[in-house]
Structure formats: C-alpha cells, structure tokens
Ligand binder design. Structure first.
Ligand SMILES: NC(=O)c1ccc[n+]([C@@H]2O[C@H](COP(=O)([O-])OP(=O)(O)OC[C@H]3O[C@@H](n4cnc5c(N)ncnc54)[C@H](OP(=O)(O)O)[C@@H]3O)[C@@H](O)[C@H]2O)c1
Length: 253
C-alpha cells in the first residue's frame, strides 16, 4: 500500500473563515501543509522561512497575507517579526527546525545548542512575544518528536527537548489562558526534512514503515497538518501533547 492510495484527512471547509494563521517554518513539510489546509479552511496565512526562493513559491501558492524571510533562532529577527504581526491573530504554529540525533561522543556542542534554540527557546520566545496578540480561544501549536519517554544512544538531545516542550506546553497553557497551547508529538513524517536526514535510505525506510506500522502506510505532512487544524478549531483542547505516529511507538520493543 502506498501513501497515495490512502484517503487524505479531510479539510474542515470554512472552519477558519476570516481567521489569521501564522506558520513559522511554513515554506516546506508540515508547516507548509498546515498553511495549505488553513487556507483551504478559509484562513489568511502568514508564513516564514529562511530560503527566500522557497518561501516566495509557498507565499504565491498560498496567496499569503505576507511572508517573512529570517532565521527564527535569531532573537532580534524573531522579535521584529512578532512585533510586526497584525493584532489580533488567531493561531500561530512553530514548525521551524531540524533534528539532531547523535551519540554523546560525537556531539558537536554548537549543533546541540542550535537544537535547543530551535525546539525550546523558539517556542518560549514566540509565546512571550506574541501571546498578547492572540485572541482568546486562539492557539499556539508546537511540534516535537515522540521521544519524550524514550531513551537510547543518540537520542539525548531530541528526547530531552521533547520532554522539555511537553512541560513548557502544559505550563504555558495555564499561564496564557484563555489562549490555548498544544503540542504535536510526531513519529516519522515523510517530509523534505526526513528525506534530507535519511538520504539514500529514505525509500527503504518508507517500505519498512508500510510493512510494519499498524496503519500500513507512511505518515505524511497532511496527517500532521490535519491534527494541527483540529487543535486550532477544537476549543476544548489545551496544555496537552497529541501523538501522530501511525502506531510507531507500539512497535518499540
Ligand atoms: N519530519 C519528521 O519526521 C518530524 C518528526 C517529528 C518532529 N518534526 C519536527 O517538525 C518540524 C517541521 O519538520 P518538517 O519535517 O516539516 O521539516 P521541513 O520540511 O524541513 O520544513 C521545515 C520548515 O521550517 C523552516 N525552517 C527550518 N529552520 C528554520 C529556522 N531556523 N528559521 C526559520 N525557518 C526555519 C524551513 O524553511 P528554510 O529551511 O528555508 O528555513 C521549512 O519551511 C521540525 O521542528 C521537526 O523537527 C519532524
């Protein structure tokens, strides 16, 4: 079975009509797909990224309200961007970042620090800088991996960051209410980032997942985006993490 043969999650048409959705890291993968689905649900979108050409393409496709090129781990650039956002906004998703899986002995501290910047400082700074502009009942949506409760060689950084982001999400949800704060914890998602990380091994990995995952297909960016839209529209949800991994964690032995 291929991903293409499986029906994509449906877009809740009109559910975000007239709303403004900001996606930091919205020019590729999960962020781009979330912006697409938000647009299809009636929202105006603002997307960011570092690569100007890629962001321009995304902005044109999405008919974006605006786009902004900057490195989201640069606090000054991030601060300027957040300050320039319209007031109010409805939802903001942080989808920028990569992954750093490495054994301790091979760890480069600069890259490790960068991972902390992307996955812990960035969500925290976004919350500090934008929450006063998010309307009551609107959301902050963060993304991490499913590693918060898993240990293994090479997982130290990403597992620590996942656990930290779970705690940050729960605490922020109390502190910034009635703005809601939620976390998506994703397993393998078939995105340009995964293709870059796995290189020549990507097709083998897809095949393995199709054969072993309980859902018998690979999780795509559209699956994660559908969850992100649900978190934006279901006003009962705050302070929690939601796994989207096709059952991948059930297979760890
Ligand atoms: N794919 C997975 O299996 C998976 C699983 C769990 C969690 N996640 C997390 O989900 C998020 C999105 O992943 P993805 O797979 O969709 O990645 P992706 O396809 O590489 O997309 C990442 C997006 O963020 C932007 N970006 C990256 N670093 C940035 C930075 N420092 N400043 C501004 N923009 C930046 C990228 O554009 P530019 O490169 O042009 O800046 C792109 O628009 C990441 O945080 C990733 O760690 C992914």
């Amino acid at each position: 079975m291929t991903t293409a043969s499986t029906p994509s999650p449906t877009t809740p048409s009109g559910q975000l009509l007239g709303q403004t959705v900001v996606v930091i890291g919205g020019s590729s993968g999960i962020g781009l797909e979330t912006a697409r689905q938000a647009r299809a649900a009636g929202a105006g979108v603002i997307v960011t990224g570092r690569d100007p050409a890629r962001l321009k393409r995304a902005g044109l496709e999405l008919d974006a309200l605006s786009t902004a090129v900057f490195d989201a781990t640069d606090p000054a650039a991030l601060g300027d961007f957040l300050e320039g956002l319209p007031n109010p906004i409805d939802h903001i998703m942080v989808a920028a970042g990569a992954a750093y899986y490495v054994p301790l002995a091979e760890m480069e501290l600069g890259r490790a620090r960068r991972a902390f910047d992307e996955h812990l400082w960035l969500p925290l700074q976004v919350a500090r800088g934008v929450v006063h502009k998010v309307r009551a009942g609107g959301t902050l949506v963060f993304i991490t991996g499913t590693g918060a409760n898993h240990s293994g060689i090479g997982l130290s950084i990403m597992s620590t960051l996942a656990a930290g982001l779970h705690a940050l999400t729960a605490n922020l949800a109390v502190e910034v209410a009635p703005v809601r704060v939620n976390l998506i914890a994703a397993g393998f998602v078939d995105t340009p980032l995964s293709a870059e990380l796995l290189g020549d091994e990507i097709e083998e990995r897809r095949e393995q997942l199709r054969a072993t995952l309980p859902i018998r297909r690979v999780v795509g960016a559209e699956d994660v985006a559908a969850l992100a839209l649900h978190l934006m529209t279901n006003t009962a949800l705050t302070g929690a993490a939601y796994d989207v991994d096709g059952g991948q964690q059930l297979l760890r032995g």
